[in-house]
Design a protein around this ligand. Sequence first.
Ligand code: GDP
Length: 329
Amino acid sequence: MVPPPDPEVLAAGVRRGDRATIARAITVVESTRPDHRAAAARLLTDLQATPATATRVGITGVPGVGKSTFIDEFGSMLTAAGHRVAVLAVDPSSTRTHGSVLGDKTRMERLANDEAAFIRPSPSAGTLGGVARSTREAMVVLEAAGYDVVIVETVGVGQSEVAVSGMVDTFLLLALARTGDQLQGIKKGILELADVIAVNKADGEHAVEARQAARELSGALHLVAGADQDAWRIPVLTCSALTGAGVPEVWDAITQHRAWLAKSGRLEELRAEQRVTWMWDTLADQLMTRVRTHPAVLAELDAITAQVSAGQVAPGEAAHTLLALAGLT
Ligand code: GDP
């Protein structure tokens, strides 16, 4: 087996902003190999000594809403303004969701060829907890390397949004207007996570209906908002990822949200909560890995799974047996 890279050498290369070392460091933090985990832990402890000042933005929306087109435009706008932009993706189901590959470089051509940007696709293997852990750790690497805007892309289905909202400062929901008053791509629950909403594809013949949809949603959101004057009011904007119209305003809304977080003391609170969640996610991921890779578990797993599947053994009892086999009871 190839020996794990030296964490000190990795940390120095990351701090220098060396792209090959950054990629190598992320591979190490994504790895579940025990020797890699040990190297990753030392690397992260070292890198975390750098204060985290980057702006962390989550972006979600249903497949086809225009996430990759938006990130390409948005990211290029930011690098042109002097920012260094990293793009990560969280897609635990697989690297492929309804035909779109999250974080795929070919979907963000301009940004992929931009020296001031770094794009990393979602780790394909593992549980949501595992993917969330390695994404958080990749963020530490990228922030230490000097990327000051970190974008985490996720698809608008399932639990991934909750995981991503737990690792960013501001969560941007991209939505679509459709004929009538219905906004597509907004499921209950996601609205509660969104800090900024942008109705995309507000161009050509759809510009009018996009603005109409944004006004309606904005009105509805302000109706349900409480009377607290200091609370964050979710802005509902329109934009066109294709033409770039409205994209600077989305960045303005994100920086306003972050300023509000900082001013209200919420940013520190949020990051403190996120660190605790991160600890639990890491623990859950490591326990799961220990159980799933334990030789005694592997020897019995097929038989136990078949018995549970056939209803011969209760799932709870089987779970207990697996924990016991892994030496965890
Ligand atoms: P994703 O699946 O959310 O990443 O969506 P894509 O970025 O791949 O976009 C899906 C399709 O919508 C592509 O054909 C894009 O060219 C198109 N698209 C994306 N943004 C816009 C936009 O602002 N206006 C228009 N008219 N089309 C767009």
